[in-house]
Design a protein around this ligand. Structure first.
Ligand code: UD1
Length: 430
């Protein structure tokens, strides 16, 4: 079993380069399949979720060529079936984007219901509502979603809930529908905008992405393009909080500072200095971390995907902090692990009350999901002594060379697979 072993207590100092946004890449790979011409995608992160989706589309006939670690050529012309099996996607939620992509392209899709991190109930009713509004028949049978349409017609679609996935999925299908669609109460996350820009560079006619209302004039076909994915807001935010929690000084490069505003503003409230450049931010931690309150919200609010990272940092603050998790109901599981490292926490439903402690104490903890796993690594880096993080398969789904990047900042962390490697790490000559 792969684990991270960490010797905590060293402030992270130096520079780190952020990769392409995983959640944008997943939707954009699905979009790339919608044309018969070649699409070249740059800045694709080399992480498990992305590689699994690339395998899934290859399995249905799409030609996928990895030019190098971060550049992929996709040729959707060779697509020969519209059924994506459970085996490929059971651990990957974003497989649902193939529903919208296939429905738009060929008016037919069969995709097993998505898995993903267990962070709360994750219905897809808004996706289905959108597809039905466009004229598709959608059924779920034995865990597979079947979507069929003779024709898709532009429609006015109001989302009952602000959903990133539903907004993107309906946008994919509507891009190739007949006529004009609007998506109202749309999600405004940076990756929603990135997918819209990418679709437009394939010939789609989408306006308003990044606002509440997205307006889509359906086109009859899409063409090939070359597109570079935006930097990963959450990977960047993770390193920013790692700098703050370890009392470090880190230049986080290849980012769009505007996408990080809610994170930057919380870090400043907590006492860190954050300097913004054109495409980088520097976080200089203060010795004393100040407590604060935070509520997760859709963009431009504080992202739920950053809640565990701010949580472990607030656990080291002076005073008491309150976190309200308003998006997913099971996103506090990491706090049970953090308590084992000495944190003082009380959870009441969607509210966590955290009273800061001087320091965490290293122990063996288990990553409950992707972002929570990364947060426990931050806790380990800030802790006294040795921390072992189990179940890092979750972390590998979304962070590329996480341990390597942390080591380059001075973090004492290694990926180990057996007892001998663990012992070597602990007893190596200093
Ligand atoms: C995406 C991200 C995930 C992030 C989340 C919120 C990907 C692959 N994943 O997930 O990392 O945490 O956005 O920023 O991009 N909901 C419904 N019905 C639906 C769809 C969603 O009730 O049909 C609810 C969900 O249960 C949740 C809320 O809406 O409470 C937001 O979910 P959504 O934005 O859809 O998240 P995902 O797209 O699944």
């Amino acid at each position: 079993m792969e684990q991270y072993i960490i010797k905590g207590g060293t402030p992270l100092v130096g520079e780190v380069e952020i990769g392409g946004a995983k959640n944008a890449a997943l939707a954009i790979i699905a979009a790339a399949v919608m044309t018969d011409e070649e699409v070249i995608l740059e800045n694709i992160p080399d992480v498990e979720d992305v590689n699994r989706l690339l395998n899934a589309i290859e399995d249905v006939g799409v030609t996928v060529k990895r030019e190098d670690r971060h550049v992929v050529r996709i040729l959707g012309k060779t697509l020969h079936t519209y059924r994506v099996d459970y085996e490929y996607i059971r651990k990957m939620r974003a497989s649902y984007y193939l529903l919208g992509a296939f429905l738009g392209k060929v008016r037919h899709a069969e995709v097993a219901l998505p898995g993903g991190c267990d962070i709360g109930s994750r219905p897809i009713d808004q996706h289905i509502k959108g597809f039905r509004a466009l004229g598709a028949e959608v059924q779920i049978d034995k865990g597979v979603v079947y979507a069929n349409a003779d024709q898709l017609y532009g429609q006015r679609i109001y989302m009952d809930i602000v959903s990133v996935g539903a907004t993107i999925n309906v946008m994919l299908a509507a891009a190739l529908a007949d006529g004009y669609s609007t998506i109202e109460n749309a999600a405004k996350e940076p990756h929603v905008v990135d997918v819209a820009i990418m679709l437009n560079s394939m010939g789609a006619d989408i306006r308003g992405a990044g606002t509440d209302i997205i307006r889509i004039h359906g086109v009859s076909r899409l063409h090939g393009c070359r597109y570079s994915i935006i930097p990963d807001q959450i990977e960047a935010g993770t390193f920013m909080f790692a700098a703050a929690a370890t009392r470090g000084n880190v230049l986080v490069k290849n980012v769009i500072p505007k996408h990080l505003e809610s994170i930057t503003s919380k870090l400043r409230e907590m006492g860190s200095a954050v300097w913004e450049y054109d495409d980088a931010v520097r976080v200089i931690a203060s010795d004393e971390i100040r407590s604060t309150h935070v509520k997760t919200l859709p963009y431009p609010g504080f992202p739920t995907d950053m809640q565990p990272q701010i949580g472990v940092t607030l656990g080291l603050a002076s005073g008491t902090s309150i976190i309200i998790e308003s998006i997913f109901e099971r996103r506090f599981k990491y706090l049970d692990e953090l308590v084992r490292m000495g944190a003082q926490v009380k959870v009441e439903g969607s509210i966590a009350i955290i009273t800061g402690v001087e320091s965490y104490v290293g122990t063996e903890v288990t990553a409950p999901d992707l972002r929570a796993g990364a947060a426990l690594v931050i806790a380990g880096l800030a802790a006294r002594g040795y921390t072992i993080v189990d179940d890092i398969k979750y972390i590998l789904r979304g962070y590329e060379r996480f341990d390597e990047k942390l080591r380059a900042l001075g973090g004492d962390i290694a990926l180990v697979t057996n007892e001998r490697q663990r012992t070597e790490f602990m007893y190596r000559a200093v």
